[in-house]
Design a protein around this ligand. Structure first.
Ligand code: TTP
Ligand code: MG
Length: 605
């Protein structure tokens, strides 16, 4: 079955908002009732706790020593047990429901981000570090998850405990109630003060974390280069420096936390002390009963301690909010519109391509292509030859609309390329990249990558034969099931290129782009591939980028490029008939071949 590519059912773009709390609220769509249930569970738990203290007061003041029978005492005992069970059960339920919400939101967020990142433009990926994306898709999502699982629910708990216990004390004794919340405004002020500071430091910390991830990720991908250049010490030093910076920023962040704790502790402790003492005096004077005093002492703890936690929660929440912003930055990044454009023919393209005065610049930079004009008739081969950096890759990258040309026009079958849907175009164009990438999957999976139908072994073999890789694959112990290591390191460069050629051929594209596809292959194998391709290229418009004249000489049109311009064009014979770069390259390569031949002769003799 062909995999159906579908967007996650929920579009998170709605959740992007300058008001972060509103955004987080929208992100909860579909889980709000569960979260509401979690809050209600909390409320019931809070009520049970308070009821326990009220029962205690009733027991001491109205039952104890008043000559009630054992039945009454047993009933009160049952009441205590029941309330404790109630509280425990609902605290548990509430935690579970909150976790369900948090995990659900995080799951959706991760899926969405992954999906979204797949759809971003080449330009975005060019300018974004992989480590940054990794960090935001993992660590920042985790901070958002904790926001729902721990912080938001804890905040709800604090508010509920506060309200319930305050009201309960209020019914017992109003002055006491007012007294017991006297420092709360100060606590809140202190929390808010730290909140702002922690936000900033946390943001700096996360940024550095992303930096560290990038360093690590690049180092691991480039491990061969590092070893080859014996730059381990330098790389270790660089990592240690980044790590040290993270440590410093982490310390500054923790400092804020550790400053907050003692200040809130002092305030809370002071508050309780005063409450207890004044309550005790009232009890001694007879203003309140002993039972009321005990109940008050119990309940006031559940006002003050959670309040003291308020600061910590608010401070941690700031992490969730900052991470929310960082995640939103990816969400708001525009996707590459794959299905935008009016042209999406039902069948295949013919492959008539006309460049008319095309110019192009990467991302608003200097132009790397100028005045490019040529025509490729359906089924013809166009060869691109030119020094490195002359713009060959850039030119062919315009065809699948990886990047948009900035001037002139390109038409495909007579219609402007910009009007074609990208997805359609890419289904018609097969490209063998200059540096092919293989996945850490089996060779067969790599070859059939991107083919949305069942493929028979015969088809796979045929493609592999054409790429002159079939016999090599069979020589591996597991044949086509051989796993390709991370980045295909178990294959040689030339073998990777040939697997990539097979992968492209299997897709049977109408337009074929071979960007230096045989650069890592020896002359003999290249000859074999060229022969097989000659057959396969028939009926397809093909762009061949190569440095060897032998590879390009049979093309119907040869373009010689230099500094982003076409300096010569024509067939092999036409170009040979005139002085210029092409003939120079030809003669040079011929001379090298000759010298090689005669040297071989000399050694053989
Ligand atoms: P390329 O088009 O990559 O040059 P090339 O393919 O002819 O070179 P080679 O034979 O080595 O493969 O580059 C042309 C210019 O464009 C060069 O100055 C680098 C620049 N460039 C970018 O700025 N961003 C890109 O993504 C690429 C591919 C090139
Ligand atoms: Mg190139």
């Amino acid at each position: 079955m062909a995999p159906v590519i579908k967007k996650p059912d929920y579009n998170l773009i709605n959740a992007v908002s300058d008001n972060r709390l509103l955004g987080l609220w929208r992100m909860m769509t579909g889980y709000r009732y569960i979260y509401l249930a979690a809050t209600i569970g909390l409320g019931i738990a809070a009520l049970s706790k308070t009821a326990t203290y009220l029962l205690l007061r009733y027991f001491i003041d109205d039952i104890l020593g008043k000559g009630y029978g054992w039945q009454t005492l047993a009933l009160i005992g049952l009441g205590f047990v029941g309330l404790a069970l109630f509280e425990g059960t609902f605290t548990f339920l509430s935690g579970r429901l909150a976790a369900q919400t948090a995990e659900g939101v995080a799951l959706r967020l991760r899926n969405y981000l992954y999906d979204h990142i797949q759809r971003l433009t080449f330009t975005y990926h060019d300018r974004t570090k992989t480590g940054e994306l990794l960090q935001r898709s993992t660590s920042d999502v985790e901070a958002v998850r904790r926001f729902y699982a721990d912080q938001a629910i804890a905040l709800g708990r604090i508010v509920l405990l506060f309200v319930v216990n305050f009201l309960a004390i209020w019914t017992l004794q109003r002055q006491l109630a007012v007294l017991s919340v006297a420092v709360v405004p100060v606590l809140v002020l202190v929390s808010v003060f730290f909140f702002g500071r922690v936000s900033k430091r946390y943001e700096a910390y996360q940024e550095q974390d992303a930096e560290l991830q990038t360093t690590l990720q690049e180092n691991l991908s480039g491990v061969r280069v590092v070893k080859a250049f014996a730059r381990q010490d330098y790389e270790i030093g660089k990592f240690e420096q980044e790590n040290w910076e993270k440590y410093q920023r982490g310390r500054r962040l923790i400092l804020m936390h550790s400053l907050y704790w003692p200040s809130s502790d002092i305030l809370a402790g002071f508050q309780m002390l005063v409450g207890f003492v004044i309550g005790a005096i009232m009890a001694i004077n007879g203003t309140i009963t002993v039972g009321t005093y005990l109940a008050y002492a119990g309940m006031v703890i559940w006002i003050i301690w959670p309040m003291r936690n308020l600061g910590r929660i608010i401070v941690q929440m700031s992490a969730g909010l900052v991470s929310y912003d960082r995640v939103c930055e990816i969400i708001t990044e525009e996707e590459e519109p794959l299905t935008e454009g009016s042209i999406k023919p039902a069948g295949h393209v013919r492959g008539e391509i006309v460049f008319d005065n095309v110019s192009f610049a990467y991302n608003g930079g200097e132009t790397v292509l100028n005045d490019i004009s040529f025509r490729c008739n359906p089924g013809e081969r166009v060869a691109l030859l030119g020094s490195t950096g002359s713009g060959k890759t850039s030119l062919v990258n315009l065809l699948p609309r990886f990047y948009e040309y900035t001037g002139g026009s390109i038409t495909l079958d007579g219609k402007e390329l910009k009007d074609y849907q990208r997805r359609y175009l890419r289904s018609q164009i097969g490209i063998v990249e200059q540096e092919p990438f293989l996945f850490s999957r089996s060779i067969r999976e790599n070859i059939t990558y991107g083919v949305l139908r069942d493929v028979s072994d015969e088809e796979v073999y045929a493609a592999a034969r054409a790429a002159a890789i079939h016999d090599v694959i069979l020589s591996f112990p597991d044949g086509y099931n051989t796993q390709v290591g991370e980045r295909g390191v178990t294959l040689s460069g030339g073998q990777k290129q040939r697997v990539a050629i097979a992968r492209t051929l299997l897709r049977d594209p109408r337009i074929l782009i071979l960007d230096d596809a045989t650069s890592s292959v020896d002359t003999e194998t290249e000859g074999a591939i060229r022969q097989a391709l000659t057959h396969l290229m028939q009926g397809r418009s093909t762009f061949i980028i190569a440095h060897r004249i032998q590879t390009v000489m049979y093309a119907e049109l040869i373009l010689v490029m230099d500094h982003g311009r076409i300096i010569q064009s024509g067939t092999h014979d036409e170009l040979m008939a005139q002085p210029g770069a092409y003939r120079r390259i030809y003669e040079m390569q011929a001379r090298v071949e000759d010298e090689l031949q005669s040297e071989l002769q000399a050694t053989a003799d």
